[in-house]
Design a protein around this ligand. Sequence first.
Ligand code: SAM
Ligand code: 2KA
Ligand code: SF4
Ligand code: MG
Length: 210
Amino acid sequence: MSYAVKEIFYSLQGEGRHSGRPAVFCRFAGCNLWSGRERDRASATCNFCDTDFVGVNGDGGGRFNDARSLAKAIEGKWGDGRQQRFAVLTGGEPLLQVDYELLSAIHNLAFEISLETNGSFRVPSEIDWITVSPKGSTPLAQTTGDELKLVFPQKDADPAKFEDLAFDHFLLQPLDGPDLESNTAAAIAYCLHHPRWRLSLQTHKFMGIR
Ligand SMILES: C[S@@+](CC[C@H](N)C(=O)[O-])C[C@H]1O[C@@H](n2cnc3c(N)ncnc32)[C@H](O)[C@@H]1O
Ligand SMILES: Nc1nc2[nH]cc(C(=O)O)c2c(=O)[nH]1
Ligand code: SF4
Ligand SMILES: [Mg+2]
């Protein structure tokens, strides 16, 4: 299997329950819910995406012809230390490309593996930390995991629809865009009234890191 990767970078996990944890991010190219082209955004199933996942031209990106070479590229961004190795597979939609061979290759290099997905595909059991972020009325194929991180507010995705699913953590992440400030206030108010939900801020954005 070969893999199309937009970028690979080392940063702090900015979101969710692992917020603040050093991680290598591997951003796969392509998504099933948006082409990534601005002219298609309005008509896309997911139309608020904050990420450029088109092509393989980012820092550390490229086409990797086998699982071992991609795993080695991820290791290269971490460096020599073997403690606490943590890789976040994201995109785009990583489950369009992630396979057993790749997960084995990354695990063989002593990484814990976290995955960010829109939930429209089932997640392989080898993933160590599953983050599902549902999109509107798109059916969820993956209804269990470690954290459910809902962008809020979102049409057709009332938090109440998800709160009985088998996740350990339920997070509301304010929708970034022109209304970030009021969306943050709305997410805070929702959590205060529904304590099953906690706030997830995109801390990397205000820290000025990737
Ligand atoms: C770019 S997505 C890639 C992974 C996967 N496609 C998904 O949607 O979960 C990574 C995370 O960013 C979140 N996200 C994307 N655009 C956002 C925005 N405008 N405001 C807040 N979170 C956003 C997604 O919901 C997801 O949790
Ligand atoms: N620092 C940082 N944390 C993140 N957590 C999830 C991200 C993503 O784009 O999937 C992301 C990201 O792009 N940067
Ligand atoms: S599903 Fe994820 S990667 Fe795809 S457009 Fe939506 S937020 Fe972006
Ligand atoms: Mg991001």
